[in-house]
Design a protein around this ligand. Sequence first.
Ligand SMILES: Nc1nc2c(ncn2[C@@H]2O[C@H](COP(=O)(O)OP(=O)(O)OP(=O)(O)O)[C@@H](O)[C@H]2O)c(=O)[nH]1
Ligand SMILES: [Mg+2]
Length: 307
Amino acid sequence: MGFFNRIKQSFTKTSDKISEGLNNIFIKKKLDGASLEELEELLIAADIGVKISAQIIEEFSKKKFEKDVEVNEVKKFLAEKITDILKKYEAELQIPKDLQRPYVIEFVGVNGSGKTTTIGKFASSLVAQNNKVMIAACDTFRAAAEAQLEHWAGKAGALFFKGVEKQDPASVAYQAYEKAKAENVNVLLIDTAGRLQNKQGLMEELAKISRTLKKHDAELPDKTILIIDAITGQNGLLQAEVFKEFTKIDGLIITKLDGTAKGGIAVAIAEKFNLPIFAVGVGEGVDDLKTFTAENFANSLIGINHN
Ligand SMILES: Nc1nc2c(ncn2[C@@H]2O[C@H](COP(=O)(O)OP(=O)(O)OP(=O)(O)O)[C@@H](O)[C@H]2O)c(=O)[nH]1
Ligand SMILES: [Mg+2]
């Protein structure tokens, strides 16, 4: 299945909901207050957030209030607005070419958000682009977590580094960097244990990983990426807020867009925290990590078909 179909399918629930809603509200009629209100509710239900939804509605109202509108025009307007908002968050994880040390990317997020899977997919694409990649398991409390990561590393053709049972994750990260440097690795991907944002001790552990890496080089980690599961909806905002308190966050990867009606959370988080979106996860397979494109994302969310 192609990406467009996949991402279209990803948003089927949202799209159906928005599209259906739109069809019910606008079968060529004058734009009135009641339909504007319904339209705003549809956007909020897709998790775009109250503030941004209100902005979009206000603009639409200015342009079209008491004028004739029909559904495709409404869809087009919404998709264009959302594209405009998201355009500045399009980003790609570029690995610097002439760096004389491993480029370190750390992945953080709440339990089950998709960190390990995302690392597996990403490692695979990096190896395909001729990078020498190492993956470090800093989830030392669950043997199954290491095994899952090792499996992905094997599949990707990446080196794998782990500590001993219950070793301090910060010390594993420190040693992994040493090893990566000795092996002339050019990208080191650090997997961390899932942690809920309300667990103070675990959040501090995250800060310690960054601090410890800095003993090697003040620039480290080069990038810290927050993985957000789109299904968590509005809670994603709280996650971003707390993770940012404990560690620098350079950008987002939004996962599980294939299984949710809540894709709009990407808009809400990127806008609130001014964070680029490095990629989106649209499935569990190795090829299911995709570059984030504002236009594709917006069209999918609103239910405008790609071909
Ligand atoms: N459908 C779908 N499933 C995904 C996606 N990304 C991850 N998953 C699934 O989500 C589940 C959790 O993914 P993990 O990668 O283990 O998540 P994690 O953040 O490493 O979890 P912890 O280490 O326990 O915190 C797995 O079953 C993955 O296959 C995605 O983009 N789409
Ligand atoms: Mg994991």
